[in-house]
Design a binder for this molecule. Structure first.
Ligand SMILES: [Zn+2]
Length: 327
C-alpha cells in the first residue's frame, strides 16, 4: 500500500507560489528554472508509480519522497519500498541528453545542446542513502542483516554511456521500462522474512512520522530575490487578475465583476508558502491590500490556528489547513 503516496513536494509549491507573484525579469527566470528542474524530477518519480501499482497491497509499504534525519544530516529518498524480506530505495533520474556515468571519478556528465553539466554519481548517491537508511533503522529496530537494496532508475530517454562496465555496482542502474522485471528479480532474490507484518507496520508508521518536508527559505536561497519583489493582493479566482477589492463582506473584481467570499484563502496560502505561517495584522493588511484592521483581524481569527502577543505585536499562526486547498 502507498503509505506516503505521490504528491508534489512542499518546496515545489513554494516555487510555484513565488512564480504566481513575481514580475518578469531575471529573478523570475531563476525561480522558473529551479521550478522546472524540480518539476522534471517530480514527473520522473511520478512516471514509475505505474510499476509500483502492481506490488501486492497487503505485503508492501511504499513511500514517495521520504526525508529523514540520521541525527547528523537529512537524507531524502525518492521512493522507498518495504516488505518483511527487504527494503528497496529507488533513486530516480529524469535528466535528458547524453549521460555518461564516470564511476572512476564518481560523477555523471550530461551533454545537451553543446552544454555540459556535472552531477553526483547517482550510484554512489544511492549507496550513501542505503547506508543512511540502515543506520536510521538500526537506531530504532533490532533487525540484524535486514537487506536494504538500491537502484538508480533512469526515467528519461537519455542516451546512456557507462565508463568502466566491469564495475559490479553499475548493474544497479536501470531504465524505467525494465523496472517491473527488476522488481520481480529482487522479490525472488529475498525469500527470508526478517520481521513480522505487524512490526513492519510499526516501522512504516515511524518512517511516516519521521518525514520532515524540505522547506526552502526562498529569500536566502535566491540572492536576487527580496520580499519587496513579491506582488501583493488577492487574485480573482474567475479571471486571474489582481488585486480584488474588499467590500464589507466580499472580495470584488472590477474587470470581470466577479465576487468571492473567500478569495483571500489562496492569497494567504501563498503567504504561508513564501514567508511561513507567522503573520501580524499589519503584514496581513499589506499582503491582502486591506485598509481595515478589523477586517484583517476577522480573517486572521478564521484562518489562524493560534496567536500570541497583544495588540500591535500580536503574531498569528496561519493554519496548515490552508495548504490543503490545492488549486
Ligand atoms: Zn476577475
Amino acid at each position: 500500500m502507498f503509505v506516503k503516496p505521490i504528491k508534489i513536494p512542499y518546496h515545489i509549491k513554494q516555487y510555484e507560489a513565488c512564480l504566481r507573484r513575481l514580475a518578469p525579469g531575471s529573478t523570475r527566470n531563476e525561480v522558473e528554472n529551479r521550478f522546472k528542474r524540480c518539476m522534471a524530477g517530480f514527473r520522473g518519480e511520478q512516471s514509475i508509480t505505474y510499476f509500483l501499482d502492481y506490488l501486492p497491497d497487503e505485503e508492501f509499504l511504499i513511500f514517495h519522497n521520504l526525508r529523514l534525519f540520521d541525527k547528523i544530516h537529512y537524507f531524502q529518498i525518492d521512493w522507498l519500498i518495504m516488505c518483511s524480506r527487504f527494503s528497496l530505495i529507488l533513486e530516480v533520474k529524469n535528466i535528458s541528453g547524453k549521460l555518461t556515468i564516470d564511476h572512476g571519478l564518481w560523477q555523471m556528465i550530461r551533454e545537451i545542446d553543446g552544454q555540459t553539466d556535472i552531477f553526483d554519481d547517482p550510484v554512489l548517491q544511492a549507496e550513501r542513502l542505503t547506508e543512511q537508511l540502515r543506520k536510521w533503522l538500526k537506531q530504532r529496530f533490532e533487525i540484524p542483516d535486514f537487506p536494504v537494496e538500491s537502484r538508480v532508475v533512469i526515467t528519461s530517454s537519455a542516451q546512456l554511456q557507462i565508463d568502466n562496465q566491469k564495475d559490479f555496482s553499475i548493474r544497479n542502474i536501470i531504465r524505467k521500462s525494465y523496472l517491473g522485471k527488476e522488481l520481480d528479480k529482487i522479490n525472488q532474490l529475498h525469500t527470508k522474512s526478517f520481521i513480522h507484518q505487524s512490526d513492519l507496520r510499526n516501522m512504516g508508521n515511524q518512517l511516516f512520522t519521521g518525514h520532515n518536508p524540505y522547506v526552502v527559505d526562498l529569500f536566502t536561497l535566491i540572492k536576487s530575490l527580496s520580499p519587496k519583489d513579491i506582488i501583493n493582493g488577492v487574485q480573482c479566482p474567475n479571471c486571474g487578475l489582481s488585486p480584488m477589492k474588499r467590500s464589507l463582506r466580499y472580495w470584488h473584481c472590477d474587470p470581470c465583476n466577479h465576487s468571492s467570499i473567500n478569495a483571500h484563502l489562496a492569497a494567504l496560502r501563498d503567504y504561508y508558502l513564501l514567508f511561513g505561517p507567522n503573520i501580524t495584522n499589519k503584514q496581513c493588511r499589506d499582503f491582502l491590500l486591506l485598509d481595515s484592521q478589523a477586517v484583517a483581524k476577522g480573517i486572521l481569527h478564521s484562518t489562524g490556528q493560534n496567536y500570541y502577543g497583544e495588540n500591535k505585536g500580536r503574531i498569528y499562526q496561519l493554519s496548515p489547513d490552508l495548504l490543503c486547498n490545492d488549486r
